[in-house]
Design a protein around this ligand. Sequence first.
Ligand code: PGA
Length: 250
Amino acid sequence: MTMSAKLMVGNWKMHGSLSANAALVADVLAVMGQVQCRSALCVPSVYLGQMQSLLSCSPIALGAQDVSSHASGAYTGEVSADMLRDFAVRYCIVGHSERRQYHSETDIVVAIKAQRALAVGITPIVCVGESLAEREAGQTELVVKRQLAAVIQANGHCISEIVVAYEPVWAIGTGLTASPQQAQQVHAVLRAQLRAATAHADRVAILYGGSMNAANAQDLLAQPDVDGGLIGGASLKAVDFLSMLKAASR
Ligand code: PGA
């Protein structure tokens, strides 16, 4: 269990437009005064410039959804950690299951991406999580530990500077949420793994993600090792996102 305020991160995925982003951010910022938790929005990279100016002087930090595993060079379409830093990006999701699944990102590639982010002072939000088949085969712990181990191995003592997000693949965008007990069980496993790697494991926020919404956020956030949330669909609606930020402020 960490002692700091909960961290609630919106993951917009491939949604948004200049006008929709401005409207959503205006609605959220209008009531941020009532929110005490930490928060961030991970937006498509083409909107980082827009979001940097919309969020400057606001309590919401700017985040990206991916970073290249390369520093620079002939990698058409890629965005480097240095480029993200140019836009004052504070957080970067790495190893989201959609990247692992649709872009064949391996544990090693994810670990290198975390390294790239850390090297420029950006906090990587490292996603881990099992598929439905893996859960049914009783492999949940094995899978998440393997995924996190690669990141620990590549990042040494810097590991206390990351954020971890446990996102069971079967819960993402499906409306199926892990029960608070299921989430806590995996979070405790991840915490123990971090403790074995660093004396500062309690500093690492472990977020839950996967169909977190305004109705279930509070129970999930009440678990001792659930330090916040990574929110997809529900972060696109100002009312829902705000009610989750408020649930995390209690
Ligand atoms: P969801 O997505 O909240 O829409 O399930 C979470 C995520 O993929 O980060």
